[in-house]
Design a protein around this ligand. Structure first.
Ligand SMILES: Cc1cc2nc3c(=O)[nH]c(=O)nc-3n(C[C@H](O)[C@H](O)[C@H](O)COP(=O)(O)OP(=O)(O)OC[C@H]3O[C@@H](n4cnc5c(N)ncnc54)[C@H](O)[C@@H]3O)c2cc1C
Length: 574
């Protein structure tokens, strides 16, 4: 047990909303601490579709949400350009889409302030030749793709520069309440097991789909309805722009180009528990059928993996007139739990990643009012750290950087993502201690077409070296003790097996055709050449749970893959 720590605000949850909230509170002069039970961005923010909404998907059904999206789309382009690829987007009418929706769409865009140009379908097809030739109408909107982990990190860096702190791998496990106030919050370091009691003036829950559980620790009922969405990742960008069906949003009707891949989504299914869900073959089949209405060659393209995230949907149980929480829009709600008899607990629920900053600002407004702080939010005006020269991201940037420093293969750890050894080393310098999965989120290691097949063992070696050096206390260039080396390699074995198990879990539901061939290659590499079987034995429990080794996944007959079900869901985008 460490010494109690006093803070003004304790933020629970290190997704986009929590990170944005930490930044906002720190910039208003509050001493704030964020705790996240996993890595930063390992919840829904790291498992979403990757779309920076223009608002087009909501204009017809929910104009208020559309207005928020386009306003925040503009703000994020200004403050976080390096996190955005300005792909542009289209709403297209296939022969299956209803005429009445199509007729209403441009007017609804105008009413919601979403820029929308009617583009000749032939011109769009010339730009995106893989599109269905039967597409009869197309509208251009300012959709884009948005990188979540870089965005979260930039918010955290800004907050830290103003005295705030963020603790990944720290879970809130208990709240000590006296009457209407939370006095102390127990936070456990999940890696070491040590517990810190935080003494906050206020607790702010940005725990997304887990917000109900966090509120329950304070004895408050908050009914969340977690909504699982499944997405499919293809090994190529069959489109360089976001393509949406022009109809009421539904399953499998949007393709988003994200870095070197394209992601088709989503489905929508309520789940009881945000930590336990599977991906069924029926969902994969549904997505493929619907996706082929946009891109007829889809069934012949190679699928890389399936993954899922859980929407933090909030089910309002109280009659509207009894709701003294602040209903901001249909999209997200800030709840002051004074309404439930706890004066210093606030939750932010619902929403989208596109509107994370606005959600954070509105939540911080409530927090500041309660704490008597009058400083206004400044998060919309000031550019986030690490945004380079202010230009948006472009796909070729890593290749250009690599070539500028001499190019060649020698330093490449991950060829698909053009990730070099110095880049991995720099990440380890900044983020140690971390797992291979943390390296993946921070650098995109293993997220390209080979899905970690050819880069994982190289990166595992770097992580193991770092682990051995850290365990022995050896400085740079010094030789670590033999036992420390052995410990480091044992940890590395486990990290490697866990990482591979996670990667291959996401390929199970889509193991057929050319991807099955790729799995056989990777399986041969890890099971044959590298003898992963012996690591599985040595790495023990973690490996046993992750029985979906490359060999498992590849040895399943095409189309016979079992639904992937695990605690924690399937995986993150890319
Ligand atoms: C399938 C799908 C597709 C989507 N696509 C889009 C899209 O294209 N564009 C868009 O704008 N939005 C999209 N969204 C919505 C968007 O992803 C979410 O609204 C957003 O990521 C939620 O962020 P958050 O920070 O509120 O929650 P999260 O990112 O889930 O963060 C909450 C965090 O709280 C942590 N936590 C929980 N309990 C505890 C505890 N006891 N102690 C410490 N930490 C705890 C969790 O580990 C988690 O990391 C999509 C959502 C889904 C599910």
């Amino acid at each position: 047990m460490t010494r109690p720590l006093s803070v003004d605000a304790l933020v629970v949850g290190g997704g986009a909303t929590g990170a944005g909230l930490l930044r906002d509170l720190a910039r208003r002069g509050l001493h704030a601490l964020l705790v996240e039970k996993g890595d930063l961005g390992s919840g829904t923010s790291g498992r979403y579709h990757g779309l920076l909404h223009s608002g087009g998907r909501y204009v017809v059904e929910d104009a208020a949400a559309a207005r928020e999206c386009i306003a925040e789309n503009r703000v994020l382009r200004r403050i976080a350009p390096a996190c955005i690829e300005d792909t542009g987007g289209y709403f297209v009418a296939t022969p299956d889409d209803p005429d009445d929706y199509l007729e209403r769409f441009p007017g609804a865009c105008e009413a919601a302030g979403v820029p929308c140009d009617d583009v000749p379908a032939a011109r769009l097809r010339a730009r995106e030749p893989a599109l269905n030739p039967a597409i009869r109408r197309a509208f251009r909107v300012p959709d884009a793709s948005l990188e979540p982990w870089q965005l979260i990190e930039a918010n955290i860096i800004d907050a830290r520069s103003r005295g705030a702190d963020a603790w990944p791998y720290h879970r809130v496990v208990a709240m000590n309440r006296s009457g209407g106030r939370i006095l102390g919050v127990d936070v456990v370091d999940v890696r070491s097991g040590s517990v810190t009691t935080v003494l906050p003036r206020i607790v702010v829950s940005a725990a997304g789909a887990w917000a109900g559980r966090v509120a329950a620790l304070a004895g408050v009922r908050l009914a969340m309805t977690p909504g699982k969405g499944t997405m499919l990742i293809f090994n190529q960008r069959m489109t360089d722009t976001v393509i949406n069906r022009c109809h009421k949003p539904d399953d499998g009707d949007i393709m988003v180009p994200v870095h070197s891949v394209a992601i088709l989504g989503t489905t929508e299914q309520n789940v009881e528990d945000p930590d336990v869900y599977g991906i069924g073959r029926d969902e994969v089949a549904l997505l493929m059928v619907e996706g082929a209405k946009l891109f007829p060659d889809l069934p012949r393209m190679r699928l890389l993996r399936a993954y899922a995230g859980v929407r933090p949907l909030y089910k309002e149980e109280r009659p509207k007139e009894a709701d003294d929480g602040r209903a901001i829009s249909r999209a997200h709600v800030v709840i002051d739990h004074a309404r439930d008899g706890v004066d210093n607990l606030v939750s932010i629920v619902g929403g989208k990643l596109t509107t994370y900053r606005l959600m954070a600002e509105q939540t911080a407004d409530v927090v500041c009012t309660k704490l008597g702080v009058t400083a206004p939010s400044t998060t919309a005006g000031d550019v986030l750290p690490n945004q380079g020269d202010g230009r948006t991201y472009w796909l070729g940037h890593r290749l250009a950087e690599h070539e500028a420093t001499g190019g060649g293969d020698a330093n490449l750890i991950c060829e698909c993502e053009m990730l070099t050894r110095p880049a991995v080393e720099q990440f380890l310098d900044e983020r140690w201690p971390c797992s291979l999965d943390d390296v993946r989120r921070g650098t995109r290691l293993g997220m390209g077409p080979c899905q970690g097949g050819f880069c994982t063992f190289r990166a595992a070696g770097l992580v193991a070296e770092r682990g051995a050096a850290a365990a022995s206390g050896a400085g740079a260039g010094e030789a670590p003790a033999a036992q420390a080396v052995a410990d480091g390699w044992a940890r590395s074995d486990r990290a490697l097996v866990d990482f591979l198990a996670e990667r291959f879990r996401g390929t199970r539901p889509i193991a057929w055709g050319r991807q099955l061939q790729e799995l056989w290659v990777t399986s041969g590499l890890y099971s044959g050449v590298l003898g992963i079987g012996s690591l599985v034995d040595r790495a023990g429990e973690g490996a046993a749970e992750g029985a979906s080794t490359p060999a498992d996944a590849a040895s399943m007959p095409a189309g016979a893959a079992a639904p992937a079900r695990r605690k924690g869901g399937n995986d993150a985008p890319g």
